[in-house]
Design a protein around this ligand. Structure first.
Ligand code: PLP
Length: 416
């Protein structure tokens, strides 16, 4: 009855952990949600007001997206990505996840993924029976792909074209790829088309916008949207921006979109224009400050007891290696059982590294540090210059308690 490509498929692990955490919460358990990476910040007021005013918009819109919206998206990315993007090479879709999938669907090329990579790229490729090549990375390169790794892969496997998905700041590692220029040379030499997943780029704590398009615009498709920097994950608005050189792929995605989702909800698109035309610098600066504060707290606390992790540089995530603490343990022999035990014992929900392509036997997990009231933290920063350590517990109670519960469990069971 089922198509062979869709037998034994499971819901995305991020959504599964969220559903499980919610179920345990409903049962009255104290749960610290470090699983799903959802923005803790509210959608800026101006977008909400515009959405209300546009609730009457009822028509289907252009498959590529509302012209006015594409115009401002093209201006924004022309500036940020330093290439002249045409209004006619942009597509607005119901989230960048769907757009990345459609891009994978229309391109007949093997897929290269750095290990680790975001949870959905691989299952999407599996639905399409694409050949996937994982390239190892290490802590030395911030868990990012570097030129050497890519070059070795290209020497070993000969293909006319290939597709590579890069993501920086990164989910799951929270770090930046500092090898973009060198990578761009290898990509150009080997006809590699890059999907540059820039959904977290506005949340780079440095406030700078780094992209491989600065070095390799002609081979880079930019994937972005409102879900992370604008707090609007549930609005489901993503963007794909193509250089003119990749117009063929663009036209195919557009045709596929016309036969599948048609267009993103009209009121959302009218309102999204304001995301690109209003000045959100204070909101963004404060969001970054808050995330950086929380990230560094989590990093310092975990490092203190010997969990091996890298100080995050942007976004919501941190990748944690527990192997210094948990050794030769029969009950916890892989990242999956580690996450199950942490949830059961400390009420701490996180995701196993396995979901990101890391070998399950490595005791590596991903935490998302977003279980706090983003509106409260933003209001605090509007009145105060910075967040002091004395304010932390009050502003981020579940982060504070969650991390301390996790540490107590580890100390009691493995470090005493
Ligand atoms: C790395 C990465 N890319 C893409 C997405 C998808 O975002 P959306 O479909 O909401 O645009 C996510 C969401 O968690 C993500 O973490």
């Amino acid at each position: 009855m089922l198509h062979k490509n869709f037998q034994n498929i499971e819901p995305s692990s991020t959504l599964k952990i969220n559903e499980l955490s919610n179920k345990l919460l409903k049962e009255g358990k104290q749960i610290y949600k470090f699983g799903l990476g959802q923005s803790p910040f509210p959608v800026p007021d101006i977008l909400i007001e515009t959405l209300k005013k546009n609730s009457h918009q009822k028509d289907y819109l252009n498959v590529s997206g509302l012209f006015e919206l594409r115009e401002v998206v093209s201006k924004y990315h022309t500036k940020m990505n330093r290439y002249n993007y045409s209004v006619n090479n942009i597509i607005i879709g119901p989230g960048s996840k769907e757009l990345i999938f459609q891009c994978q669907m229309v391109t007949d090329m093997p897929l290269i993924l750095p290990k680790p990579s975001w949870v959905s790229y691989e299952p999407q490729a599996n639905f399409l029976k694409k050949n996937i090549y994982w390239i190892e990375t290490s802590k030395k390169t911030n868990w990012h792909l570097n030129a050497l790794g890519l070059e070795e892969h290209c020497k070993k496997f000969k293909f006319k074209n290939r597709l590579l998905i890069l993501n920086s700041p990164n989910n799951p590692t929270g770090t930046n790829n500092e090898n973009l220029e060198q990578l761009s040379e290898i990509c150009r030499k080997n006809n590699i088309i890059v999907i540059s997943d820039e959904i977290y780029t506005e949340l780079d704590f440095s406030g700078e916008y780094h992209s491989i398009s600065h070095f390799y615009p002609e081979g880079t498709i930019i994937s972005s949207g409102l879900s992370k920097w604008c707090g609007a994950g549930g609005w489901r608005l993503g963007t794909l921006i193509f250089p003119k050189e990749l117009d063929q792929i663009y036209q195919s995605v557009r045709s596929l979109a016309s036969e599948t989702f048609t267009s993103v909800s009209a009121p959302i698109q009218f309102s999204a224009v304001k995301a690109y035309t209003e000045d959100h610098s204070e909101y963004l600066e404060n969001s970054r400050k808050i995330l950086q504060k929380v990230a560094h707290f989590v990093y310092e606390e975990l490092s203190e007891i010997g969990i091996d992790c890298i100080r995050p540089q942007g976004g919501f995530y941190i990748l944690c290696d527990f192997s210094n603490i948990i050794k030769n343990n029969n009950l916890i022999s892989n990242s999956t059982t580690l996450c199950e035990k942490a949830l059961e014992t400390a009420g701490f929900a996180m995701l196993p590294g396995k979901n990101f392509g890391i070998e399950d036997e490595k005791l590596i997990t991903r935490m998302a540090f977003v279980d706090f009231d983003g509106s409260k933290a933003l209001s605090f920063l509007e009145k105060n210059q910075s967040i002091g350590n004395e304010d932390f517990k009050d502003l981020f109670p579940k982060i504070y308690e969650g991390i301390s519960k996790l540490k107590s469990w580890l100390k009691d069971d493995f470090l005493s």
